[in-house]
Design a protein around this ligand. Structure first.
Ligand SMILES: [Zn+2]
Ligand SMILES: [Zn+2]
Length: 123
């Protein structure tokens, strides 16, 4: 008899939108909320989920925050709740600042310039 058991890590995105001004990169963005969990499957049927963790990712620079579980659970239930900075713990800084692209002339740089070195436009 075959007995197929597997443990996988799952990820589920929630239908949640909140506009915000990013404290990391200063752009307007949205919070996207998702959950990761460990899942035990028997015969490819998920039967047990545990270790649920809630995360928030900003759309502007992809900074990842871990979200307070009580807030995550409410978003998972579909509550319309506002995410506040005190609910978030940054776990991974965004990478937008690594490559900047000038919206005026298309110059790309990995340096921390405030202004485009080619045409002088503010990044
Ligand atoms: Zn950002
Ligand atoms: Zn430029």
């Amino acid at each position: 008899m075959f007995f197929i058991m597997g443990i996988t890590q799952g990820r589920k995105s929630f239908d949640y939108n909140q506009m915000m001004v990013c404290e990391h990169c200063g752009s307007y963005g949205r919070y996207q909320v998702y959950m990761t969990y460990m899942c035990l499957s028997l015969f490819f049927i998920p039967c047990l989920k545990w270790d649920r963790q809630y995360y928030v990712q900003s759309t502007c620079c992809n900074t990842v925050y871990s979200l307070a579980p009580e807030i995550g659970k409410r978003i998972a239930r579909g509550d319309n709740i506002e995410i506040r900075p005190e609910h978030l713990t940054r776990v991974q800084a965004g990478y937008k600042s690594r490559v900047k692209r000038c919206s005026n002339c298309g110059f790309e740089t990995q340096e921390e310039f405030e202004y485009c070195p080619k045409c002088g436009r503010r990044f």
